[in-house]
Design a protein around this ligand. Structure first.
Ligand code: ZN
Length: 75
């Protein structure tokens, strides 16, 4: 793999442990809740865990944590 995050375009550190906000997570283009398949290669893309969570959390914009975006750090 080695692909960048499909949501923010930043590289993903695939060596980070699962659960780290910047770790790799599989993002379903069509959510399973809307009939998408998590096993279809055409329906999944790499994403940061936190980007995936933000995407699924789009109704809560302007949360205080948004001012401390982890990807604003130097790479
Ligand atoms: Zn990302």
């Amino acid at each position: 793999m080695g692909l960048p995050c499909a949501l923010c375009g930043q590289p993903i550190d695939y060596s980070l442990p699962a659960g780290d906000p910047m770790s790799y997570e599989l993002d379903e283009i069509v959510p399973v809740s809307r009939g998408g398949s998590p096993y279809d290669p055409d329906n999944v893309q790499p994403a940061h865990r936190i980007c995936n969570q933000r995407k699924g959390d789009g109704t809560r914009r302007g949360a205080p944590a948004a001012s401390r975006l982890p990807w604003s750090r130097k790479w």
